[in-house]
Each structure stands twice: as structure tokens, then as C-alpha cells.
Design a protein around this ligand. Structure first.
Ligand SMILES: [Zn+2]
Length: 450
């Protein structure tokens, strides 16, 4: 009989505590600490068959470095985010909110890859998965489907059918015999993931692990998983919007700056190859409060529409609300406009919205935010063929942004007539159809706009 031992885990952040506490000392959440039974029995799982090839220390110049062996999927956006495809023997964690499309993306990959795939679902029956595959209008004789949650049984299936890629939907449903706590608990998630890591490394088979995300945006409880796996992909977007962004938060085999963009259709996720065109809404005529920002996501230029609504506050405290833009940054910009440019925005409600349900972190969007707020405040439109790329500093200065030439090229390609950038940007003169306007202070923008 195995000795049992219990540990206290915070179900929100995964921190281990020596005793029960009302409030987690790490993430400050109340009532999240749960006692879990952890077996003291030595771990078996995949490790039992693991007869390690012993390595010996080698001089670095004698080590042969081969390009990572990758499985190139038929999904161009996914390949781009991964840096060229799925690396063999890697463990890939695909996170996102429930219902965002993680299962759809994984099933699409499983159905279109020219490899033998085992798709393990703990959430859907084989019939449900079949129905989903039919909706995606894809079929693949090499895609095997099973509903199972016990890792030891899953490994038995794997041994029988020898897949070249394993998809697990989702890590929260898995449980291992070696731990007594319930599926989805921190110790189960940690242990089952560890078993799959051993399996992936030992057999050189890549594993895609789907993980649901809590409302705080961490990969369900276990932030710990992020340290264990090779690649962490996050599927972002608003369930109510059609666009989804796939972002690498961690990638041991490539950069984390690339993003993939998808459109959610009834027949599955469509890759969006030219995102700028879709992020700018189609509208009749000119409207105040909307501007276009020339942003970059990774190394990919994106023209994004910014919408602002400034109106007199009805109640005592003015409201500030943002979607897709940092709320604190909005307050900073409003303070700069008030203090440096003399706009009385303190008594106004300000609403800011980034089109397409996209979260933008690129500071180059600041200047477009300023222009949108001023445009709504003055109730005067900004010409549709103007765009902006500049960061706003605390003294109201417009600061240069990285890769400004690439942004200008993208704006030119899409037919914009004017781009506003910082006067401190150094760009080589060249012939182009777009006029580059250089400004030093936020208030300078007024002379050009209205
Ligand atoms: Zn916690």
C-alpha cells in the first residue's frame, strides 16, 4: 500500500503551501487553497520503459547541431508562429479561454497533416468529434480518435497505434493512477504533463496539449506548466468577434514575436493572410473618432482601427473604458492631453475601442489613440487615408517607434496618403506615394488634422 501524503495547492496560481490558508500568499485570491492527496509511490507511467541512453560530456565543437526536425503542417499561420512547424519530440501547450477555438484548430491540424495522428479527447465522444470533423469538411484516414482521460490507458493506445503526433484535449481532463486527487487539480495537471513530456522526449513524438485558461489569463491554475513545456501558444480573441490571434508566449525552437491570425467561420478557422484589410472597418463616409494606427505584431505590420467616443459625463465621476488597449495607458494619455495640450477632458467620459477584438501592446498605437480622442472631442473627422505610428511620452513628446520604415511601406501598400510619425525617427529618403509627416509634440497634430 502506498504511503499517502497531502499537500495544499492554490487552484488559481499553482503555488504549494505547507498548510491550509484562507488567502493565497502568492496571488492573493481567497478560498483557492485545496488539500490534494499526493501519492508517495515512485513514479511509473512512461518512465518505467525509459531505459535512458547515457550521455557523456562532449567538447562543444564535436557536437553535431542538426536543424530541428519539424513536421510542417498545412496551416501556414501555425507554422509561422512555431517558426517553421512542429518540432519532433516537443510538448506544445495550446491555451485559451473555453470556446475560443482551440479544439477546432487542433482538429483541423490533425485532419490535414500527412502523418498518423492520435486525437485524444476527454471532453467529447468519438461521435461528437466526427460531427465536428464533418463541419470542418475534412477527413483523414490517418487521424485516429479516442475518448479517454486516463494517461496509462492513453499510453497503451499510443503503443498500439504508433502515432507521429498526439493531440490531448484537454490537460484538465487527464488523470494518472499515481495520484489520487481529482482531474483538473494542480497535482494531476502537473503529473500528467510530466508523463507526456517523458513520452515526447523518449519517443520523439510531438504532443499538442490543450489547456483552458482562467479568467485572469493564466493557463488554468498551473502557471507551472509554462516552465515544463517547450512551446506555449495562446489563442486569443473575443468569442463574440470572428477574429482569433495565435501567439507564442514561449518557444524553445524559435522566436515568440510572430502571430497567426484566423477568422472563425462555420466551417472552421480560415487563415487570414492579409490582416490589415480586415481590421479596418468598412463604412460609408467619414466619421469622427476613428483613426488608423500602423502597428506591428512581431515583425508583421498591421493597420488597426482605433475608435474613441468622448462625451460629457452624465454622472459625477467620468467613465473611462477601453477594449483592446491598456486602461492605465489611456488615463496617462488623457492626463498628457490635459496638462500639455490644454484639453479639458477631466469631466468627459472617454471610451476607447480597438476594432476586431484585438489586444494591442505596441506603443506605436498611442498617436492614433490621441488623434481618435481629439477627433471625437472636436467632433471633426480625420481623413480616412491618414494613419499614425508614434509613442506618446509623459511630457507630450511623440517618441520614435521601431521598424518605422516597415510601417510606412505597409501604409503605402494599402493606399494611405499620409503617415504621422515622430520627428526623431531616422528614415532614409526614397520615392514614395505616401507623405511622411514628422511631429514632435502631441499638440502639433492639431495643425494637420482639423
Ligand atoms: Zn495563488
Amino acid at each position: 500500500m502506498a504511503k499517502t501524503k497531502t499537500t495544499f495547492y492554490c487552484q488559481n496560481c499553482g503555488t504549494q503551501h505547507a498548510k491550509w490558508l484562507g488567502k493565497c500568499t502568492n496571488c492573493n485570491e481567497w478560498g483557492t487553497i485545496v488539500e490534494e492527496v499526493v501519492s508517495k509511490e515512485p513514479q511509473k507511467g512512461w518512465a518505467s520503459s525509459d531505459k535512458k541512453k547515457r550521455q557523456r560530456p562532449m567538447p562543444i565543437q564535436e557536437i553535431e547541431a542538426n536543424e530541428q526536425d519539424r513536421i510542417v503542417t498545412s496551416n501556414g499561420e501555425l507554422n509561422r508562429v512555431l517558426g517553421g512547424g512542429i518540432v519532433k519530440g516537443s510538448l506544445l501547450l495550446l491555451g485559451g479561454e473555453p470556446g475560443i477555438g482551440k479544439s477546432t484548430l487542433s482538429l483541423q491540424v490533425a485532419l490535414t497533416i500527412p502523418k498518423r495522428v492520435l486525437y485524444v479527447s476527454g471532453e467529447e465522444s468519438q461521435e461528437q468529434i466526427k460531427m465536428r470533423a464533418e463541419r470542418l469538411q475534412q477527413t483523414n484516414a490517418n487521424c485516429l480518435v479516442i475518448t479517454e482521460t486516463n494517461t496509462q490507458t492513453i499510453f497503451k493506445h499510443i503503443e498500439e497505434c504508433q502515432p507521429e503526433l498526439v493531440v490531448i484535449d484537454s490537460v484538465q481532463t487527464l488523470h494518472t493512477d499515481h495520484i489520487e486527487s481529482f482531474p483538473g487539480s494542480i497535482s494531476q495537471i502537473r503529473e500528467t504533463t510530466a508523463e507526456f513530456i517523458k513520452f515526447a522526449k523518449f519517443t520523439n513524438t510531438p504532443v499538442i496539449l490543450i489547456g483552458h485558461i482562467t479568467k485572469e489569463g493564466t493557463i488554468a491554475g498551473p502557471k507551472i506548466l509554462e516552465h515544463m513545456v517547450d512551446v506555449v501558444l495562446q489563442f486569443e480573441g473575443d468569442r463574440n468577434h470572428v477574429y482569433r490571434i495565435l501567439r507564442a508566449h514561449k518557444n524553445r525552437f524559435g522566436a515568440t514575436s510572430e502571430i497567426g491570425i484566423y477568422e472563425m467561420l462555420s466551417e472552421g478557422l480560415r487563415e487570414v493572410e492579409n490582416p490589415s484589410e480586415i481590421l479596418i472597418s468598412q463604412k460609408d463616409g467619414e466619421m469622427s473618432g476613428t483613426t488608423i494606427a500602423a502597428t506591428l505584431e512581431g515583425v508583421r505590420p498591421l493597420m488597426i482601427e482605433v475608435q474613441a467616443l468622448v462625451s460629457t459625463a452624465v454622472y459625477g465621476t467620468p467613465q473611462r473604458s477601453t477594449t483592446g488597449y491598456n486602461a492605465k495607458r489611456l488615463n496617462m494619455i488623457l492626463a498628457v492631453l490635459e496638462k500639455r495640450a490644454g484639453f479639458r477632458l477631466g469631466t468627459k467620459d472617454v471610451f476607447l475601442n480597438i476594432a476586431g477584438g484585438i489586444q494591442v501592446d505596441d506603443p506605436a498605437i498611442d498617436l492614433a489613440v490621441v488623434a481618435a480622442i481629439l477627433s471625437s472631442n472636436e467632433d471633426t473627422f480625420v481623413l480616412q487615408d491618414y494613419c499614425f505610428a508614434g509613442e506618446v511620452g509623459l511630457t507630450g513628446e511623440v517618441r520614435p517607434v521601431n521598424r518605422v520604415e516597415q510601417r510606412i511601406l505597409e501604409a503605402e501598400k494599402l493606399g494611405f496618403q499620409k503617415i504621422f510619425i515622430s520627428k526623431f525617427c531616422k528614415i532614409a529618403p526614397r520615392k514614395s506615394t505616401i507623405e511622411v509627416v514628422k511631429i514632435g509634440k502631441v499638440e502639433d497634430i492639431l495643425t494637420y488634422l482639423f
